[in-house]
Design a protein around this ligand. Structure first.
Ligand code: CA
Length: 484
């Protein structure tokens, strides 16, 4: 009997996960067995719905893929060792027990995106179908790029460490046969593939608001982020500027200072999309359940993760910064309050904003600083600083990289960024306690010294390839991350 490795088993897994868990209550594909069976644009839309439904899993973009990037670094920690995020925060994973979902779910997405992309090649393009067909292709390419990007940053070292020479993920751009045993590509090759897919997707994607789905502005945010991670600052700035202008022409706006504390709970709409360029939409009848960010962060839910005392000190250095209103202090611990349920929902049903306009401003500011363009750095950093506290401005300041990165921490905490932002800038992650009365019960848990302070040279900044994949694919078995 042949055993399917994770890279190949995506479609089967999708069939299970989407049963009774229909994306937005729309019909999604649960039984499309193989490529070659999608015959109408409606079929393609259903298949896309199935992919978004797979993203929605709490092992995926409603939970683990997001919190992994936070609790492994210095701004967020598990509230105790027995919490769900505990073993990630303590970096306790080994090659035998490391979670498979961070590998498996992105490959489900890639495999299903590939089925759509192969089948739509055979679907006639006419005047009547052109626009919708292009948008479907654009979404499938963007999902494939997002999945490969996340695989690359979870399993591969930062590009800047060795110019992308180390192993990233496996680039899979077709629907593989059962005998296929892909090998890992380098980080550089993975970035090239991500950037190529996004550049191909962007002109095909609709610029219009598409509730719970990717559009042109979400794809452009991802592209600016990929360029920034790769150190291509000129392109990172260019794409971010174009995306900000384009998104704002299509009614996207940074949330105002007044709205910021509660805007997370808004129902986004075409007339008022706010600043969320892409989010996972969860509802009471289609909920990822209690392992989702909403319930994990809620102090009366699993109360799983909290702000570290050192990050609390950074964020609260300006008590009038509005971002102090998106955590809640309870028994001297600060709980993230960004995953707010929409009206009438339970905390577990909170939407997950994955791509926000704020990040585009921060991407542009960071790229501008690295290019030595202070005027542009001020132009894009100032709206974030002023929104946080209208009394503050960075006009007339000489913006440093540290200034932008600290603003990025304050803006994006709890949204899955910090580990990668620190590492790609060759910063050292340090877990140290700061004495602050407001969070006096917040202390780092006991951990080995190597987990208390590390940089991109520590082998645990990348996860090991999961055991099952190693056991079923000798090519990958020969390419396990060093140290595991
Ligand atoms: Ca919701």
């Amino acid at each position: 009997m042949k055993v399917l490795n994770y890279i190949l088993s995506g479609f089967l897994a999708l069939s299970f996960t989407s049963c009774g868990n229909d994306w937005l209550d729309l019909e999604s594909s649960t039984e499309i067995p193989s490529e070659g069976s999608l015959g109408s644009l409606t079929d393609f839309q259903y298949s896309l719905n199935g992919i978004y439904s797979a993203m929605q899993s709490s092992d995926g973009y409603s939970g683990r893929i997001v919190y992994y990037g936070d609790v492994t670094a210095d701004d967020i920690q598990a509230a105790s060792a027995t919490k769900r995020t505990g073993s990630y925060y303590l970096l306790k994973y080994t090659k035998d027990n490391a979670p498979s979902s961070l590998w498996k779910i992105p490959y489900q997405l890639i495999r299903n995106a590939n089925i759509i992309l192969e089948d739509i090649d055979n679907f006639p393009e006419t005047e009547a179908t052109k626009e919708e067909r292009s948008d479907i292709i654009g979404q499938a390419l963007t999902i494939r790029a997002l999945a490969l990007f996340d695989l690359t940053r979870i399993y591969g070292y930062p590009y800047a460490k060795d110019n992308g020479a180390s192993w990233g993920a496996c680039i899979v751009e077709d629907v593989r046969t059962i005998d296929s045993k892909p090998s890992r590509n380098t980080v550089a090759e993975c970035y090239d593939a991500v950037i190529k897919d996004l550049n191909e997707a962007i002109p095909q994607l609709s610029p219009k608001f598409n509730f719970g789905k990717l559009n042109r502005w979400g794809a452009m945010l991802l592209l600016s982020r990929a360029y920034l991670y790769k150190g291509d600052n000129a392109n990172a700035l260019k794409v971010a500027e174009e995306a900000i202008a384009g998104a704002e022409k299509n009614k996207y706006r940074l949330w105002s200072n007044e709205k910021y504390p509660t805007a997370w709970a808004d129902e986004r709409s075409a007339s008022e999309p706010g600043e969320v360029l892409f989010e996972i939409v969860n509802t009471t009848v289609d909920s990822p359940g209690k392992e989702s960010m909403g319930y994990l962060c809620w102090r009366s839910g699993y109360s799983d993760m909290i702000l570290t005392s050192s990050f609390f000190g950074l964020l609260s250095e300006d008590p009038d910064d509005v971002r102090n209103q998106v955590y809640e202090i309870y028994k001297a611990k600060a709980y993230i309050n960004k995953y707010q349920p929409q009206k009438g929902e339970n905390p577990a049903d909170a939407n997950i904003p994955l791509l926000r306009l704020s990040e585009l401003y921060l991407n542009a500011a960071e790229a501008a600083v690295k290019l030595g363009n202070n005027a542009k750095a001020v132009e894009y950093l100032d709206p974030i600083v002023q929104r946080a506290n209208p009394e503050k401005t960075v006009k007339d300041e000489n913006i440093t990289l540290e200034r932008v990165l600290n603003e990025r921490r304050k803006e994006l905490f709890g949204e899955g960024h910090r580990l990668y932002d620190a590492l790609r800038n060759n910063q050292t992650i340090e877990r140290k306690d700061v004495k602050i009365d407001a969070v006096s019960s917040t202390k780092h848990l006991s951990m080995p010294d190597e987990a208390k302070k590390f940089d991109w040279n520590y082998y645990k900044v990348v996860l090991p390839i999961p055991k099952f994949e190693i056991d079923t694919n000798p090519n990958i078995a020969a390419q396990q991350n060093l140290g595991y």
